[in-house]
Design a protein around this ligand. Structure first.
Ligand SMILES: C[S@@+](CC[C@H](N)C(=O)[O-])C[C@H]1O[C@@H](n2cnc3c(N)ncnc32)[C@H](O)[C@@H]1O
Length: 266
């Protein structure tokens, strides 16, 4: 959804180094800040994502560093983190794996909100994993439970063999856009291709991660996978047909659109 006024306000607040709500107290903008603001507005008008201009993206209680090379975390993914945290409630030191971690959004939110959790973030893209590591280091320095960052392919049979059968929750927001689908310029030109494209039906990586999740989870462990709003039937059907999964359910986002599928191993 386009929000030019909000974007302009956020950019002005960014160049002034204040929060958006404090703009109401601003009566004068210095020339250098006005020039930076004008340049940012021109970039935003050319469809550079707002978050690339500010260098920050909010996610639950976090503010993550983002920029070229990494997927900008989306608000709808916050619910998948909330679902995972609900499954961890009451577990002292649960083991969690985030497959395709990008900025680290899911992994770092879970580590922050369930401090006992031992979280591993997996990322394949060499351009993105620098951002995963930067954000993980920043959160650890701020006092959150450290997250282990691993470069790897979530479809690899040999990924994280040391965790096999011992993971409580696997979460993933994998690439799921069908090849050739039309996307807004902000997405098509600025989110990394590896974060977006999922083969002819968008589900190639999902198919691969199901085997990995089944191998990593303990019996009764839980899997949560984000998907496109058009995949609310296809992903649950794929999970049901693809191994020892039970309690397969699909969940809507806050706008009521199908957004993520969850399942129990065994
Ligand atoms: C849609 S982005 C999600 C990033 C982050 N989890 C979030 O929710 O904001 C998908 C991420 O998966 C990574 N990825 C794609 N294929 C992968 C694979 N086979 N193994 C590991 N990571 C992969 C991409 O590089 C990208 O960072």
């Amino acid at each position: 959804m386009q929000s030019p006024q909000v974007d302009a306000e956020l950019l002005l607040a960014h160049v002034l180094g204040i929060g958006r709500t404090a703009l109401i107290t601003v009566s004068d903008v210095p020339d250098d800040a006005a020039a930076r603001f004008t340049a940012f507005v021109a970039e935003r008008a050319a469809r550079v994502p707002l978050q690339h201009l500010t260098g920050r993206a909010p996610f639950r209680h976090l503010e993550l560093a983002v920029g070229p090379g990494v997927f900008v975390p989306r608000p709808e993914t916050e619910q998948l983190a909330g679902w995972a945290l609900g499954r961890l409630a009451g577990l002292g030191e649960p083991v969690v794996v985030d497959l395709g971690s990008g900025s680290g959004a899911l992994a770092l939110a879970i580590a922050q909100e369930h401090p006992g959790a031992r979280v591993t973030a997996v990322e394949r893209d060499p351009g993105a994993i620098g951002w995963t590591r930067t954000n993980a280091a920043a959160r650890a320095a701020a006092g959150d439970t450290p997250v282990t960052v691993v470069r790897g392919d979530m479809t690899d049979r040999w990924l994280l063999t040391e965790l096999e059968g011992g993971v409580d929750v696997v979460v993933s927001n994998p690439p799921y856009v069908p090849d050739g689908a039309g996307l807004p310029r902000e997405v098509a030109e600025h989110d990394p291709p590896l974060a977006l494209w999922g083969g002819p039906d968008g589900l190639d990586v999902v198919r691969g991660l199901l085997d990995t999740a089944a191998r990593l989870l303990r019996p009764g462990g839980r899997l949560g996978i984000e998907h496109a709003d058009q995949q609310g039937r296809a992903v649950p059907a794929l999970v049901r047909s693809h191994g020892p999964w039970t309690e397969v359910e699909d969940h809507p986002d806050l706008a009521g659109r199908p957004r993520y599928t969850t399942a129990r191993l065994g």
